[in-house]
Design a protein around this ligand. Structure first.
Ligand code: MIG
Length: 640
């Protein structure tokens, strides 16, 4: 049972596809207490309640015990003390043992603070900055039907083409066609499957969007033809900011048409991102989306059929205005050189680090929504949706016959209909595998199905065992991408010692693609989870409620990845008897029947566990080195 409540003058976010009538406030569920000014709601939590949701956030699958702020943020430290990451997914689901099952969706694109049993362990307090929003409550018998109902409200999810389930090799630092050729050659040499290679920001001419460094990319079309002959998809990175440079045609055209966000004086708002000083397209305006969406056309015509949209929180390295103020303040530092106090030192370092993504900057520029001026912070989380939508609609106009791959860094509910996401700049940490496990079901319930993490870790140097374990988890996610930052240890899979293991993992992934792709499509279209917490699948099993290191994938299987360093085994809890497949390769595996209950299972570094549920069937195809070369033949079936 879903109800809508509306307060004040909400921004039209288009997060929902069904327009529900507004219920009167006295129909609000008894579980939610609204403050008189409507800016705060409290919900009491029973000791055993689980709170799911909030998609891409830190701190466990059950969100209880911490505070989260829905405010899209470029932050490369996904530590336990982070309130915000790149996406804001403002749906939570409270599951009580006593029977209360309640979904809450706040459709509000400014900042929301969710104190979920943090200040008071038995209380959830949700605060908004003003009282203009739509609140949806979903009550039902069980979590999965609540999720289905909520997902009907927000509409079907984007799904990538089947080839986008192939392995993606990425790295910040590839510079030219020769880099791609080298990757392809090495994958051939070591017989490693691959479908796509990402082209990170270095392909551009001076970081100007939709340009090419002519020296490194003299003929994109010819390169793409060559790649097509290899069955390789090349995926460029696209930033929203447009470099302010006279003579740069995209900048000049947008400026002439008045398509950029404005400062309080009505001048173009200028901030530094890649490319130095840039302006921000006002993606909240349909005509700007149309314009920007068509900018992808040239690349599409050259043969490109996939993109990743980056920096669209939008990340701001600094604003020109703020930098000026800081530069002025710093002049006084010179007089303090001989007796600087520690407090002054700390103020100084905070001032410098506060130049990036500064909250005041987000309050200093404006959008035009339906002809009205709207301050950016009031619609901050919608910026990403506007960019994703611009791209997706541009693809439909300019390449209607082809499925395109699109994944974005920033997101808000609604954006899930236009593209997938990746989870941003994680680290080469074992704990970031646990983080991914926690994010997957929470992202799914908020509508994001085509998702994945930077496998091996973006920041810091990865190790071979860490990469191996990370692959063994990511091999189940729709986006299966190895990506890392500039200057980090080379982590293409052929750089490691035990290439046989890497090959076996990739082959297993490819043989799982038919199952994974079908599960993903089913989830995207039918409001299901691709990754389901055990507690939702086995609602009567109390022990399952605290399990955060195992997940169901699709209907038929459960995974229990190893995420601890140096571990060669782990405990696994089975809510029912299952058939355990322990794969070393597509053809070499143990097949063991296990009773319900707790088990300690050996899992060597080259082994992957798949558990088949009772009454279900799991299937594997014969792998190939490209998805396009797979015949979906010679299926192996595992029933239980
Ligand atoms: O400021 O394009 O999250 O995946 O490699 C960094 C360079 C910009 C951030 C993305 C990352 C990408 C990097 N980008």
């Amino acid at each position: 049972m879903i109800k809508r409540f509306s307060f004040g003058n909400p921004i039209e976010t288009e997060a929902t596809v069904v327009k529900l009538p507004v219920s009167s406030e006295n129909e609000l569920t008894k579980y939610i207490k609204l403050s008189a000014d409507k800016k705060c709601m409290t919900i009491s939590l029973e000791p055993d309640d689980i709170v799911y949701g909030l998609g891409e956030s830190v701190h466990g699958m059950n969100k209880r015990g911490f505070t989260y702020i829905s405010n899209n943020t470029d932050d490369m430290h996904h530590d336990e003390d982070r309130y915000s990451l790149y996406g804001s997914h403002t749906f939570v689901l409270i599951d009580s043992l006593s029977g209360r099952k309640l979904g809450i969706f706040l459709d509000y694109p400014a900042s929301i603070t969710w104190d979920i049993g943090f200040t008071d362990k038995d209380l959830m307090t949700v605060s908004l900055e003003d009282a203009d929003y739509n609140l949806y409550t979903v009550e039902g018998e069980d979590d999965l039907s609540i999720i289905k109902e909520f997902r009907e409200l927000i509409g079907p999810s984007y799904m990538g083409p089947k080839w986008s389930f192939g392995y993606v090799q990425s790295r910040w630092g590839y510079k030219s066609g020769d880099d791609f050729r080298e990757i392809i050659a090495n994958h051939k040499k070591y017989d490693l499957p691959i479908d796509s290679i990402c082209m990170d920001i270095d392909y551009m001419d001076d970081y100007k969007v939709f340009t090419l460094n002519k020296e490194n990319f003299p003929d994109l079309k010819a390169l793409m033809d060559e790649m097509k002959a290899e069955n390789i998809h090349i995926l460029p990175n696209v930033d929203p900011g447009i470099k302010c440079e006279d003579g740069f045609s995209i900048y000049e055209e947008g400026k002439k048409k008045g398509y950029f966000c404005k400062d309080e004086n009505g001048e173009d708002f200028v901030a530094a991102v890649w490319g130095g000083l840039t302006v921000m397209p006002d993606f909240l305006r349909p005509e700007v989306r149309e314009w920007y969406g068509d900018l992808y056309k040239e690349f599409i015509e050259a043969g490109i059929d996939g993109f990743w949209n980056d920096m669209n929180e939008p990340a701001l390295f600094y604003s020109r205005k703020h930098l000026k103020e800081v530069a002025h303040d710093l002049k006084t530092l010179e007089e303090r050189v001989d007796d600087l106090t520690l407090n002054e030192l700390w103020d100084f370092t905070a001032t410098i680090s506060g130049l990036s993504n500064n909250p005041e900057d987000y309050k200093s520029f404006y959008h035009t929504v339906d002809g009205k001026k709207v301050r950016h912070d009031k619609v901050h989380n919608l910026y990403s949706v506007g960019m994703t939508r611009a791209s997706a609609e541009g693809f439909r106009r300019n390449n209607p016959d082809n499925e395109m791959l699109l994944f974005s860094r920033a997101s808000y509910i609604g954006g899930h209909r236009y593209g997938g996401i990746w989870t941003g700049d994680n680290c080469s940490y074992y704990s970031h595998m646990d983080l991914l496990m926690h994010q997957l079901p929470n992202l799914n319930m908020c509508g994001f199905i085509y998702v994945g993490a930077d496998t091996g870790g973006f920041s810091f140097h990865t190790s071979e065992p860490l990469m191996t374990r990370f692959l063994q988890l990511s091999m189940f996610t729709p986006l299966f991408r190895n990506h890392c930052a500039l200057g980090k240890r080379d982590q293409e899979l052929y750089r490691f010692k035990d290439i046989d293991t890497m090959r076996n993992i990739l082959n297993l992934r490819y043989s799982f693609i038919p199952y994974l792709y079908e599960s993903a499509c089913d989830s995207a279209e039918n409001g299901k989870l691709m990754f389901t917490p055990l507690a939702m699948a086995y609602p009567d099993d109390v022990r399952a409620r605290s399990i955060e290191d195992q997940l169901l994938v699709g209907d038929s299987i459960m995974i229990a990845p190893v995420t601890a360093p140096n571990a060669v085994g782990r405990y696994v809890y089975l809510p029912e008897a299952m058939r355990m497949l322990r794969f070393r390769s597509v053809d070499d595996f143990d097949d063991i029947e296990l009773e319900a209950g707790n088990h300690y299972v050996d899992v060597a570094l080259n082994e992957v566990l798949v558990f088949v549920r009772g009454g279900h069937q799991f299937y594997m195809a014969k792998p190939a080195n490209r998805t396009a070369l797979m015949e979906d033949a010679d299926f192996k079936y595992f029933e239980r």
